[in-house]
Design a protein around this ligand. Sequence first.
Ligand code: BES
Ligand code: MN
Ligand code: ZN
Length: 497
Amino acid sequence: MSTIKFTARKISDAATVTSQCAVLPVFTRRRLSAAAKQLDETSSGAIGDALALGDIAGKSGEILFLPGAGSARRLLLVGCGDPARFDRAAARKFCRTVYTALNRTKAKDAVIHVADLQVTDADHAWLLDYLARELTCSAYRYTETVSKPKSALTLRRVVIDTGGALTARKAQAALDSGHCTGLGVNTARNLANLPGNVCTPDYLAQQARTLGRGNAKLSVSVLDEKKMQGLGMGALLSVAAGSEQPARLIVMHYKGGKKDDKPYVLVGKGITFDSGGISLKPGAKMDEMKFDMGGAASVFGTLRAVAEMALPLNVVGIVAAAENMPSGRATKPGDVVTSMSGKTIEVLNTDAEGRLVLCDALTYAERFKPRAVIDIATLTGACVVALGAHASGLYANRDELAQQLLDAGTASHDRAWRMPLWEDYQRQLKSNFADLANIGGPGGGSITAACFLANFTENYHWAHLDIAGSAWDSSPKGATGRPVALLTRYLMDRAGR
Ligand code: BES
Ligand code: MN
Ligand code: ZN
């Protein structure tokens, strides 16, 4: 995968900087940034003329390409609207406009002049981080299973003119963290986009091993079905029972902190295809159930970002990987299985399989004496009904942890919304034949799924992200890489970055 190199620079005269494209913010009321003024002068007023002629008014989202000026081969003017209203939403639109326009050119390098851009409700580091992340994400192309992939982005090097708001070191650090986050997001997207016949539980295990080989701080172990049997993971194994593909429990241990630092543990739902099992899903959009390992993909992506940044933390990634299929050996509605915790579960619906693989992975997480455990899962259609695509559902058994995750979501614009874990909902999970039922009836489906998991996470600080609505888009179809940006921001905050 091609990627972009980002460099922060303080540029005093934009006209003297050699580049294939100079990107210049322009504001309404014909106000030019300092860099735009400098390039305007060397181009005998071409920028001022374009504004005077009305070819670009400076409104948010507008763009105009002009021939080169000074040492820049092209100029790209980007409307930013009223500078007094240049908030985070406007800044996000600016970033989107820039990468969309640059993706249409053949420029190999660009200088983006953001020195004069002041975001009203965020600092300059936020802007640099977000810009580098968005540009990195815009370079992603899915290529694995297409014979003629879309043409790659030609952009290789980006210089960001940062002005004096930040020290050179802080500006570069913000670009680097955004770039690393983007790489993590792209890693998650790529894994989740792979079809179920390629991305099997064992394929995920191989990917983990590959990731581990590339980093001395990352050690990887994979538990096969026999090992899981030995640990008593009857819930996880019951999901894989109908599939030809054996289940895998993948453990990735990133050791960036001190030896005794308690780790943050991320647990991902890795259902590489969810047919529903004997409780078979209807046919429409069933293909999208290849994305049912989006939680697992986000664990891979976050670990990649954390490792690229070399965060001084210990992080364990656990992926519960299985395929949910119907067959003569498949688990049936009414079957009772015993989880690793010893709790028995009546499987009333084999399509509620995510919680079955997660409960054993969450019990397994106890052995790491975690500081906090966060599971990430495309868990319920009900969460899509409740929150749609914009927010991931957040549940937590500690208010402080919930707030930290909400804040990380806001900062990274990968937002979550907290939902209740009240005891009242637990009643919906009662069974006559086991300690728990795996479904909670028609009301509050995302909540009862989270309540089911809460039965297995009483011994540590725990949060659950239901990403059923946020993990992928249906048109055009593709994984979003969420919530890698949220999780990476959360871990950076813990590391004091
Ligand atoms: N993977 C699905 C959840 C899902 C559905 C995510 C649609 C995204 C879009 C999960 O395994 C599932 O099937 N959940 C059931 C639970 C029900 C049987 C209690 C659901 O949501 O219908
Ligand atoms: Mn299901
Ligand atoms: Zn599922």
